[in-house]
Design a binder for this molecule. Structure first.
Ligand code: IMP
Length: 200
């Protein structure tokens, strides 16, 4: 029988900003949106879902650098042995000045050939949807057997074009967040939680 206190310590997996936050451990962080426990618990759920969906299959998990790195590492460890997992990475950037067109430049391409394979793209956050729309179009042209997206965070209110990832960790409001791999100007990626940056 959990005590009142221990019940309080376990946040529901989808609780975004509903739980009293831990004291921010970085002076630039206004508030913690998702703490370590919420991130861990939801990542395990996603891993279990992916394990069921791809059981007995070979899956090429493609991390989008750099933002996905911490989520990707945790997600991979949450996928069971029933999936034959292979790992690869891509790095992309928006063309300067043409961000609204969503055209991306591939900075680092896959080493594996996705043709005929089940591919799962792992991303940190979907905001306007432009990056993943363009990236998935590029990958689809290489004729994978299947192509799905798993994102840790989703800001559905910010879409410029419709994009619906199959696997979503948390839907969050339109706030700029950092930590757990996400950066502002290459900073804050190492924070073990997702937090809202204080306006400077
Ligand atoms: P989209 O093309 O607008 O969907 O943007 C996706 C990319 O924008 C992500 O991979 C991040 O690099 C970046 N991004 C969007 N929102 C945030 C945020 O709140 N924090 C950090 N990076 C973000």
């Amino acid at each position: 029988m959990p005590t009142e206190r221990s019940r309080e310590e376990v946040p529901p997996p989808h609780a975004v900003g509903k739980r009293p936050t831990d004291a921010p451990s970085h002076p630039d962080i206004l508030k913690i949106l998702l703490d370590e426990q919420a991130l861990r618990s939801r990542t395990r759920e996603l891993g279990a879902q992916i394990s069921r969906d791809y059981a007995g299959r070979r899956l090429l998990v493609v991390g989008v650098l750099k933002g996905s790195l911490i989520f990707m590492a945790d997600l991979l460890r949450a996928i069971g042995a029933e999936v034959d997992v292979h790992v690869d990475f891509v790095a992309v950037a928006s063309y300067a000045g043409t961000a609204s067109t969503g055209t991306i430049r591939v900075l680092l391409d896959l080493r594996e050939n996705p043709e005929g394979r089940d591919v799962l793209v792992v991303e940190d956050i979907v905001d306007t949807g432009l990056t993943l729309t363009s990236l998935t179009e590029t990958l689809r042209a290489r004729r994978p057997r299947s192509l799905e997206v798993c994102t840790l965070l989703d800001k559905p209110d910010c879409r410029k074009i419709p994009f619906q990832p199959k696997y979503v960790g948390f839907k969050i409001p339109n706030e700029f967040v950092v930590g757990f791999g996400l950066d502002f100007d290459e900073r804050y990626r190492q924070l073990p939680y997702v937090g809202v940056l204080r306006a400077s």
